[in-house]
Design a protein. Structure first.
Length: 76
């Protein structure tokens, strides 16, 4: 079962509380998303480290309930 957009936001906000998140359903199938995430937690981190924080917040759902997520991160 696909992961709902609101559930993705909730998972990210639970781990990154100051995040500003914009998520788009790229295909209209609740399975392919793009997330733009801004957080002060990303300051002074490489893009790889920023993306690792986001993946960790998804608690293993990436590749399972969440099929595809394009991530764009930025510090605040």
């Amino acid at each position: 079962m696909p992961l709902a957009l609101q559930e993705i936001k909730k998972l990210i906000l639970d781990s990154i509380p100051d995040a500003t998140i914009e998520i788009k359903d790229l295909m209209g199938d609740n399975n392919h998303y793009e997330a733009k995430i801004k957080s002060s937690q990303f300051n002074n981190l490489s893009k790889i480290e920023q993306h690792k924080l986001v993946y960790k917040s998804l608690k293993g759902k990436m590749g399972n309930e969440l099929h595809a997520l394009s991530i764009i991160t930025e510090g605040k």
